[in-house]
Design a protein around this ligand. Structure first.
Ligand code: FAD
Ligand code: FES
Length: 290
């Protein structure tokens, strides 16, 4: 769980984005052909799936549910949520990068090109780029950058400039740096624990020095409590909207099981669901010290 410095969970400081379910693409079910399956960087795995309707309709920050069990085989039957790292609307492909942490991801890693994988998506509330935004700061840590990369795809060929931070334990654990550059990000900071460049103090110094004069109107973050905390602070400094993608264990990904409830209640309403009301939320400005 992402928590803030004072111990309050980030999920207690965020509220759902104001948006209508009608603006989201309708999720569909696919038996997608695996087109590529290979190790990626440090200890990650890359999958390319042939899923044209998801590739064409998905919004930045949305996710898919991947079923690891194969037909007739024992295996994890509950699907696993994965961010859409990249999509190619023309070829109809969707790319996923994941860390191998348990049975589900170990089985997903074993899929070979040509096999079929059950995929449902696109799901959830993605990032929202507001009209009038001219500059966006993306700040991701490790595998969390996978939720942010499609934002830069959406900003290509638009007036919106993207500045990206890709943070990791060491150079080979940083995800998204090359992708951001190729997709047209104006500036990319690849920062690592190994080099001592990923600390909050270091990043605060670099980002405020470089961006105070042309501050982003929006900040989007995923993958680290430290980064989320820094983004909240920078959002306050720059009066920027801050959106954060949260994670939870998910059984259905569709809003039925309520297993992913944030637990945050501000009134008589149900707790927001991370799969349906999120995974992207925005920091509640009432909780930001100004
Ligand atoms: C919206 C969303 C998008 C995601 N996108 C990505 C992605 O792009 N790439 C990626 O590598 N992972 C992503 N994840 C996390 C991914 O779904 C889990 O790592 C995966 O489900 C683990 O399955 P498993 O069976 O291998 O591990 P499990 O056996 O289920 O768990 C192994 C270990 O990982 C922990 N874990 C499992 N799921 C989560 C979770 N959601 N949050 C925190 N800890 C967890 C468990 O507590 C346990 O310690 C995303 C999760 C969400 C909710
Ligand atoms: S995972 Fe079932 S409601 Fe969110």
């Amino acid at each position: 769980m992402i928590t803030t410095e004072n111990g309050r969970a980030v999920r207690d400081s965020v509220v759902p984005l104001a948006s209508s379910q009608d603006e989201r693409p309708v999720p569909t079910w696919h038996r997608a052909t695996v087109l590529a399956s290979r190790p990626h960087a440090d200890r990650y795995h890359f999958l390319r799936l042939d899923a044209p309707s998801i590739a064409r309709s998905c919004q930045a920050g949305q996710f898919v549910m991947l079923t690891a069990a194969r037909d007739g085989e024992r295996g994890p039957v509950l699907p696993r949520p994965m961010a859409i790292y990249s999509r190619d609307r023309q070829s109809g492909t969707v790319d996923i990068i994941f860390g191998v942490v348990g049975d589900g991801t170990r089985t997903l890693m074993s899929f070979r090109p040509g096999e079929k994988m059950l995929v449902v998506g696109p799901l959830g509330q993605g990032f929202r780029i507001h009209p009038g935004t001219r500059r966006i700061l993306l700040a991701g840590r490790g595998i969390g950058s996978c939720s942010l990369t499609t934002v830069v795809q959406d900003c290509a060929d638009t007036p919106v400039e993207v500045v990206a931070v890709a943070s990791g334990r060491h150079a080979n654990a940083v995800i998204g740096g090359e992708f951001y550059r190729a997709a047209g990000a104006r500036r990319v900071y690849e920062v690592t624990d190994a080099a001592g460049t990923s600390t909050v103090d270091h990043l605060r110094q670099r980002l405020t020095t470089d961006l105070d004069d042309a501050a982003p109107q929006q900040i989007m973050t995923c993958g680290s409590e430290r980064l989320a905390r820094l983004c909240e602070e920078l959002g306050s400094r720059w009066d920027a909207d801050v959106q954060v993608s949260l994670e939870a264990h998910m059984a259905c990904g569709l809003g039925y099981c309520h297993g992913c409830a944030t637990g945050t209640r501000s009134g008589p309403e149900e707790s927001p669901l991370i799969c349906k009301d999120g995974p992207v939320f925005r920091f509640d400005v009432r909780n930001v010290a100004r």
